[in-house]
Design a protein around this ligand. Sequence first.
Ligand code: FE2
Length: 382
Amino acid sequence: METSKRANVNYGTDKIFEAAEDFLPLLGTDYVELIVGNAKQSALYYKTALGFQSLAYAGLETGVKDRTSYVLQQDKIRLVLTTPMVEDSWMNQHLAKHGDGVKVIALWVEDATKAWEETTQRGAKSFMKPTREEDPNGYVVRSGIHTYGETVHIFVERSNYNGVFLPGFKKWETYYNPEPVGLKFIDHMVGNVNWGEMNTWVDFYAKVMGFAQIVTFDDKDISTEYTALMSKVMSNGNGRIKFPINEPAEGRKKSQIEEYIEFYKGAGVQHIAVATDDIVDTVTQMRDRGLEFLYVPETYYDNLKERVGEIDEDIDVLKQHGILVDRDDEGYLLQLFTKPVVDRPTMFFEIIQRKGAWSFGKGNFQALFEAIEREQEVRGTL
Ligand code: FE2
């Protein structure tokens, strides 16, 4: 990997990059695709509650007969919502088993053929051989590999394409266009895997994709009086792609990771963390527009100043919105978690604003877990 790229990234722990081998240079997250039961209605939810903008569409009107996809965008984040249209689509089984959830974490690369060759040579199971797709706007090459559960990574090479999204999609123009809420890019995406499988997937990202573990002080078992989990964070060489991997750990009661696995029927994406430059404004808008967040008791704020030191924000304002704060060696971060955005207690979003900190909010896990446990109690799944 080029050292010049690494020099700009500061995780407070430069040594992770020594281990990372960049045979798989990733430019960023290209898109995230969810298989959903009703893409038309989901698209309205993501526009209204999360501020996404209409971007592209594929379906009957574009000659696609077996599925319908809506593509939404907010700054650098692209979401694809896809619903099967025919009885024999593989997506029906996916939906019956998992409910709505993330199928594809697509990664933007310069060379999708090489990305596929490098990863499959290192043991990745192929999902899609390098495939060239074209239309009058140019061509795209995509390839794909399997990761945890039924989730896949698709490598997207788009330097020779200037269409709105991918060949086969047309621009989606709508009358209803609510304002964005300030979501900028995907900070990290977390996978929940089964008992004893965390290290299998940590090794997968290390060996197959050349990622390295970010050692932060999040890297210990996390537990409350009742429930526990283990978590490790994997990052690619330039730090643009970060995948924490969780597995359940033994506790007195059932952890949120077990609950997820029970309802998702296996490993899958637990949350998508999206960055904002103004968390108070973003969260205020999202709440006004119908999104529900995890409730944190007011006592969380009683000794906040002692825990995190001086911060720019007014603690009363944070308290009013239930926004959490954590500090590491490099700075601090503000974060807040939505309740699950689907009916099963599976996928949710994290809203995060980093002010120097590169960790993931370990100091908040206790408060968060207790908040989730209260929700589990209500669901009867604790
Ligand atoms: Fe997170």
